[in-house]
Design a protein around this ligand. Structure first.
Ligand code: FE2
Length: 237
């Protein structure tokens, strides 16, 4: 069976912050989300993950999986091992130390790193990478301006000097994705949807294509959408 590659960031399991500045994928309006508390918010993300990702799929979590310093941070980290997929972590500033808690990470993630270079022309990272570092030499010797798929900025996007969203960056924090994992092909602007549960997720604003902010993740439900999707999309405010 073909394995697919998914992206998600800043789940902050066990912490309420992601649910306070949720971006409505239809309108771009920032507001409080469908989740009224951290338990509901965690449950929604977990439900969507479980409905979307198959065991053989690869999932890059772009950091801040949990929040270090909270009493139950390591419990939330351990609970991620029950979610499907081969998980890899781009370490975030709020994640517990991967040196101190190496064994805990090894239970969940098959790799923990700070930056991942994809031959497809993208860098994955928690923090946005400075644009001068996004030049990438590709097969055949050409140099391209790669895309940086990142987390950390929550409901905000990386902007150019004129204030417009920078099309070379894509923020996949859960506030921006409606809590959903995003297919890598879609994040690269290849027009894939790939959601098996009937939820269509598309990403516009491929490099050079203009603003990726409004509607960069447009999600809707259709027949066959899962319960978690209906619950979430019905209450996005
Ligand atoms: Fe974060």
């Amino acid at each position: 069976m073909v394995s697919r590659v998914w992206l998600i960031s800043d789940t902050h399991f066990g912490h309420p912050a992601p649910y306070d500045k949720f971006v409505d994928p239809a309108t771009g309006v920032v507001g409080r989300s469908w989740a009224s508390n951290v338990k509901e918010g965690d449950e929604f993300i977990r439900d969507m993950w479980a409905e979307t990702i198959r065991p053989q799929d690869i999932v890059y979590h772009l950091g801040d999986a949990v929040v270090a310093g909270r009493r139950d941070a390591l419990e939330h980290l351990a609970a991620m091992s029950s979610l499907p997929g081969r998980k890899r972590l781009l370490i975030g500033n709020h994640d517990p130390s991967p040196i101190k808690h190496r064994a805990a990470y090894e239970e969940v993630f098959e790799d923990v790193m700070s930056v991942k270079r994809l031959k497809a022309g993208a860098y994955l990272s928690h923090y946005p990478i400075h644009e001068s570092s996004l030049m990438m030499r590709v097969k055949g010797g050409a140099t391209i301006h790669a895309r940086n798929i990142h987390g950390h900025t929550h409901h905000e996007v990386v902007r150019m000097e004129n204030g417009e969203p920078n099309p070379h960056y894509l923020n996949v924090c859960v506030e921006k994705t409606g809590g959903l994992p995003i297919l890598l092909e879609a994040a690269l602007g290849r027009g894939a949807s790939g959601r098996p549960d009937g939820i269509r997720t598309s990403v516009g604003g491929s490099p050079g294509a203009g603003s990726p902010e409004r509607g960069e993740f447009s999600s809707g439900t259709s027949e066959g959408g899962g319960e978690a999707a209906r619950r979430g999309m019905a209450t996005v405010a």
